[in-house]
Design a binder for this molecule. Structure first.
Ligand code: GAL
Length: 379
């Protein structure tokens, strides 16, 4: 706390000094390439603390930046767009030298980003692409289309249907499935859904998979702000509207563990998880600890593990490159068009985790301890 206040005070002084000297407005940055990291500060803006994943991201980014010697101002915005805009505004006024932002609404930060550009502050879009602004300098994320493909393949594997991850599957269906998507203001939601549908649509078309509700568009499947309760409510509604004739759901495509937990609660409340009504195959994403436990316990089928430590590392590498006067290295310069320009990106690979993979992928790699998996919560 005192460290944070110290930084805020120091940054305020810096901002005032810059404003006084340069007349370019508070937060205007000079050339940082020869500066000592100790004299530079980086603003990190994260969407919410209601999900463990963003807490892990925030902690990893902060620790790794501090290891490089930088000062860090980390803020969470409670999934509230005005709060995030205000926090980013403040960071700019305080004179941060670079910004790392995971946006709540990818289209809502244009004026903040313009202010950052005017002050020569490089902006790194973290995991979620910031849209409709030319002032996004770099994007670090995972291969989000592949996340969707992996979720669909995990659904098929869970149902026993052959797919590229599990060519030996022999089940032919038909299986009843329902589809969930993320928040429509998050660019990633479209990549996940499109990736998943690239695998599922042919099987829906040939009758192997049946979406009994008929709700197959992303707009119908969307979940505002990725809220668990919203997903639970929609699953309850789907069960009431489409499965009150004795039919059962066999699988649910869920793009994020928080939604999966809401979906599972709705299913359990409706009696799923018994011999007559087995728990459907439910997918997920983020390897959140509560869901990893559900997977270990055979309740949730799978998740997609995205190592936030590696993502943080890429964000730090990018920030460092900008601050040293270089351009960070991109491994994708085609996919992420934010509506104004294609943003150079560094995309990381993802790993599908079923119960059998927990030890190797999550425990042996130090992401979660065996005790945390057992308890279903982080230490
Ligand atoms: C997405 C992110 C996912 C998940 C989701 C909900 O932008 O890529 O991994 O965390 O938000 O928080």
């Amino acid at each position: 706390m005192s460290r944070k206040l110290g930084l805020t005070a120091a940054s305020a002084v810096l901002a005032l000094t810059l404003a006084a000297c340069g007349g370019e407005g508070a937060g205007s940055n000079s050339d940082t390439s020869n500066a000592d990291p100790e004299d530079l500060s980086i603003g990190v803006s994260m969407p919410t603390q209601t999900s463990e994943r963003w807490i892990a991201d925030g902690n990893s980014v902060k620790e790794q930046l501090e290891d490089e010697g930088y000062e860090v101002e980390l803020q969470y915005a409670n999934d509230d767009i005005p709060t995030q805009s205000q926090q980013v505004d403040q960071m700019i006024t305080q004179g941060v030298d670079a910004l790392i932002i995971a946006a709540i609404d990818g289209t809502a930060l244009s004026s903040q980003l313009q202010a950052a550009a005017d002050a020569n502050i490089p902006v790194i879009s973290y995991d979620r692409l910031i849209r409709d602004s030319e002032n996004v300098d770099f994007y670090v994320s995972f291969d989000n289309f592949k996340v969707g493909v992996a979720q669909a393949n995990a659904l098929l594997t869970g149902l026993g249907i052959a797919n590229e991850e599990n060519p030996g599957g022999t089940a032919t269906g038909p299986f009843n499935i329902e589809l969930f998507a993320g928040s429509l203001d998050d660019n990633n939601a479209f990549f996940f859904f499109d990736g998943a549908m690239s695998v599922l649509q042919p099987l829906i078309d040939d009758g192997t998979l049946v979406v009994k509700s008929g709700q197959t568009t992303i707009e119908q499947a969307a979940t505002l702000r990725w809220q668990q309760e919203t997903a639970q409510k929609r699953m309850e509604d789907l069960l009431t509207s489409s499965y009150n004739d004795g039919s059962i759901v066999n699988g649910v495509l869920s793009p994020y563990d928080g939604l999966s937990r809401g979906i599972i609660t709705a299913l359990q409340n409706a009696g799923y998880g018994s011999a007559e009504k087995p728990m459907p195959v439910v997918t997920g994403q983020d390897a959140e600890i509560a869901s990893v436990k559900l997977i270990a316990d055979g309740v949730q089928s799978s998740t997609i593990f995205k190592d936030t430590r590696l993502l943080a590392e890429q964000a730090v590498i990018a920030a460092k490159a900008f601050l040293e006067g270089d351009e960070p290295e991109a491994n994708d310069t085609e996919t992420y068009d934010n509506g104004v320009k294609v943003v150079p990106s560094y995309l990381l690979p993802v790993v599908t985790v079923f119960a059998d993979d927990i030890q190797k992928e999550l425990v042996d790699t130090g992401y979660w301890t065996a005790e945390e998996v057992e308890a279903g919560q982080a230490d």
